[in-house]
Structure formats: structure tokens, C-alpha cells
Write a protein that binds this ligand. Structure first.
Ligand code: PGA
Length: 254
């Protein structure tokens, strides 16, 4: 089964609502050329989500959030629920980004709870996994990724997996300008797919879209997405300008 290339922009804590409006308007125009040949999404910060949804309504660019809490509501200061995201019209949600794991105490267990909440509210999770430099150098990459997959995706069904995208982001490549070589990334993506096959069966593994993330840009997007098991990208820095994001998508098209 052919997997459709999926490129998502993770805007992180960048862009005010006014800046979001300007960038979303530019993207609506510049990404129209790709039609539905590739799945495209932008993930602004919470205060800009409604603006992004409004501007991109009816376009081929979807909108995602960067986090979701697992409870329906309650005493969780600073958090956002699935119902709140759903009401705005958000379609995707990034879960378990390494910055959340590193700075905000995210664990495989909380990732799992957030994924279940997203699915309950019919939001599509983009689940991030990745190893640190120390773990890679200590030959622990596969062990770390298997643990993140098994913990994060615990208790999920094949039907749940149809709604989930995995983003493999080596922590040492995020925002550093260091990219995994296409061959190195492919080897890791193949391992992730094999682990998914072990967990959910070969059909689920074959159908799951696995994005690469970490200093992906127009210049390396073609070589990365040309690899058999790399189905797109989760883009930070290069997603913050219409021209660099558009050029990246043009080169990532298979
Ligand atoms: P980067 O970020 O493209 O700036 O390396 C990717 C990410 O953190 O999702």
C-alpha cells in the first residue's frame, strides 16, 4: 500500500496571532499548487490555532496543535483539553515532542494518555520519538525507540494506529543543523517499522506514515524522503517562512 507523503510544520513557541495570519495566508497561496498530492499541516501555538483554522479553511493545508491534556477538563492549570481543540477545528496534535520530554517532564506514560485523549476527541496524533546523542553514541538507539513505541502506543488497536503518524526526530538533529544522513535515517525508520510490525502486525506497519524530523530543509528533503521508509517530515525552523516551507515540500514530493 502506498503511503502518502506528509509534511507538517511545528512552529513551536513562535508567531503571534497576527504573524500566524500573515504566514497562513502566504502558505494558503503558495501550497495550493500541490493539491492533494501530499498531506500538509501547520502546528502553531495555542493562541494562534483559531486564526490558522480560519485562514486555512477550505484549503489543502490542515492545522494541528502542539500538545493536549488527557483529562476532559478540570484543575490542570496551563493545559488544554481535546474538547477545546476539537471546538476550534484542529485536526492533528503533536504529542511527545522531545522538547516536552526534556523540559516539561513528558514520559512514555503521559504520551500514551495524551494519545488516548486525542483519539477520543477524533484528533490525529503525530507521536514523536527519538534518541539523544549520548544514547546514539552508546549504541542504545534501537532500545530507546522500542521503549518509546511500546510505552507510548500501549493498549492501542490497529484501528487507532490508522489515525496515528510517527515522527522520528533524533534529538541531536533538532535545531542544530545536523541531519541524520538519509541512509542512517532510513536504517532507523526501518527499525521503527519492524517494531510496529511486531506490535500491531505487518499491515499496520506498512500503512503507518513515519516522518523524519531534525534540521530537515529544502536542500535535504529530497534525499531523505526518497528513502523507502521515510514518508515525510516534521519541520521546525524551515517551517517558519512560506518560501522555505514551500521549497521543502516541492523537493519532498515523491
Ligand atoms: P528543526 O525542528 O526542523 O528546527 O530541527 C524539528 C522539530 O523539532 O520538530
Amino acid at each position: 500500500m502506498a503511503r502518502k507523503t506528509f509534511i507538517a510544520g511545528n512552529w513551536k513557541m513562535n508567531k503571534t496571532a497576527a504573524e500566524t495570519k500573515a504566514l497562513a495566508e502566504a502558505l494558503k497561496e503558495s501550497l495550493a499548487q500541490f493539491g492533494d498530492t501530499v498531506t500538509m499541516a501547520v502546528c502553531p501555538t495555542f493562541t494562534s490555532l483559531a486564526t490558522a483554522v480560519e485562514v486555512l479553511k477550505g484549503s489543502n493545508v490542515k492545522v494541528g496543535a502542539q500538545n493536549i491534556h488527557w483529562a476532559d477538563n478540570g484543575a490542570f492549570t496551563g493545559e488544554i483539553s481535546g474538547a477545546m481543540l476539537k471546538e476550534i477545528g484542529v485536526e492533528y496534535v503533536i504529542i511527545g515532542h522531545s522538547e516536552r520530554r526534556q523540559y516539561f517532564g513528558e514520559t512514555d506514560e503521559t504520551v500514551n494518555k495524551r494519545i488516548k485523549a486525542a483519539l477520543k476527541y477524533e484528533l490525529k496524533p503525530i507521536v514523536c520519538i527519538g534518541e539523544t546523542l549520548e544514547e546514539r553514541e552508546g549504541n542504545k538507539t534501537n532500545c530507546v525507540l522500542a521503549k518509546q513505541l511500546k510505552g507510548g502506543l500501549a493498549d492501542l488497536s490497529a484501528a487507532d494506529m490508522a489515525k496515528i503518524t510517527i515522527a522520528y526526530e533524533p534529538v541531536w538533529a533538532i535545531g542544530t543543523g545536523k541531519t541524520a544522513t538519509p541512509e542512517m535515517a532510513q536504517e532507523t525508520h526501518a527499525f521503527i517499522r519492524a517494531t510496529l510490525a511486531e506490535m500491531f502486525g505487518a499491515d499496520v506497519a506498512e500503512a503507518t506514515v513515519i516522518q523524519y524530523g531534525g534540521s530537515m530543509k529544502a536542500e535535504n528533503a529530497g534525499a531523505l524522503t526518497a528513502q523507502k521508509d521515510i514518508d515525510g517530515g516534521l519541520i521546525g525552523g524551515a517551517a517558519l517562512k512560506a518560501d522555505s516551507f514551500t521549497a521543502l515540500i516541492a523537493n519532498a514530493q515523491k
